[in-house]
Design a binder for this molecule. Structure first.
Ligand code: HEM
Ligand code: HEM
Length: 177
């Protein structure tokens, strides 16, 4: 194996990156829609069901993506200035943390009373712990804040990638395509 860093992220990492990005943006939209519905709205139950199931799928993919991050060699960030490299590291680790923390906090809200989360068909995910009402409210606040923060951070992160591609003409974006 050569010591040079790879030119691109692995195919698996690239597929997972874009799938997770899509699922997170979609989940923010669906999560927001969810909160605009009243309890008795006929769509409320099914919107919540899809939000949970899609969010748990995002969690599964995020775990795989984090494993690849640990196990695989990644392209270097050497095309950018030193301060940008530090900013990119901080952003990447923040986003890796967020993609786990958002669905986990959602899971804690939904299982706070000890109920399992029904997914598709007969498959459901059991509760591992119950929370007091205060704990459930905290999980709700964490979920909400992390989700909206991540939307903003991901836009910043995507804008940086587009700036490096179209303005600086670096290969930054190509590593992920
Ligand atoms: C990438 C994954 C996820 C994202 C980006 C996301 C995002 C959001 C957003 C933006 C809201 C609306 C917050 C607000 O403005 O009040 C929300 C609400 C909610 N989400 Fe998620 N979510 C994700 C995963 C999950 C998962 C996996 C579950 C449960 C298994 C879940 C359960 C909930 C619940 C129960 C609410 C309603 C909270 C309330 O009543 O205030 N979410 N989510
Ligand atoms: C919710 C959305 C997103 C999340 C959570 C996310 C997360 C991440 C993470 C964690 C990495 C580092 C991967 C690693 O070190 O293993 C990364 C790299 C990258 N992302 Fe995103 N991303 C998102 C959206 C986007 C968007 C919209 C774009 C482009 C328009 C983009 C372009 C890139 C590029 C080009 C890299 C490689 C950067 C480099 O190595 O120089 N991402 N992303």
């Amino acid at each position: 194996m050569s010591n040079a860093s790879p030119v691109r992220y692995s195919l698996a990492a690239r597929c997972l990156h874009w799938a997770i990005a899509l699922l997170i943006f979609f989940s923010i939209g669906l999560g927001y829609y969810l909160t605009t519905l009243g309890y008795y709205d006929p769509n409320a139950q099914s919107a919540l069901h899809y939000h949970r199931a899609i969010g748990m799928l995002a969690l599964l993919l995020a775990v795989l993506f984090c494993l690849l991050h640990l196990l695989q060699r990644r392209p270097s960030l050497d095309e950018v200035k030193p301060w940008e490299k530090i900013a990119a590291y901080v952003m990447h680790y923040t986003l890796l943390f967020m993609m786990l923390a958002i669905p986990i906090s959602g899971y804690l809200i939904s299982t706070s009373a000890g109920d399992a989360i029904p997914l598709f068909g007969d498959i459901s995910i059991p509760a591992v712990m119950t929370l007091q009402p205060d704990g459930a409210r905290l999980a709700e606040q964490v979920h909400l804040i992390l989700a909206w923060m991540t939307g903003a951070l991901a836009l910043l992160h995507g804008s940086a990638a587009l700036k490096h591609h179209f303005i600086d003409r670096h290969d930054t974006l190509r590593k992920m395509l």
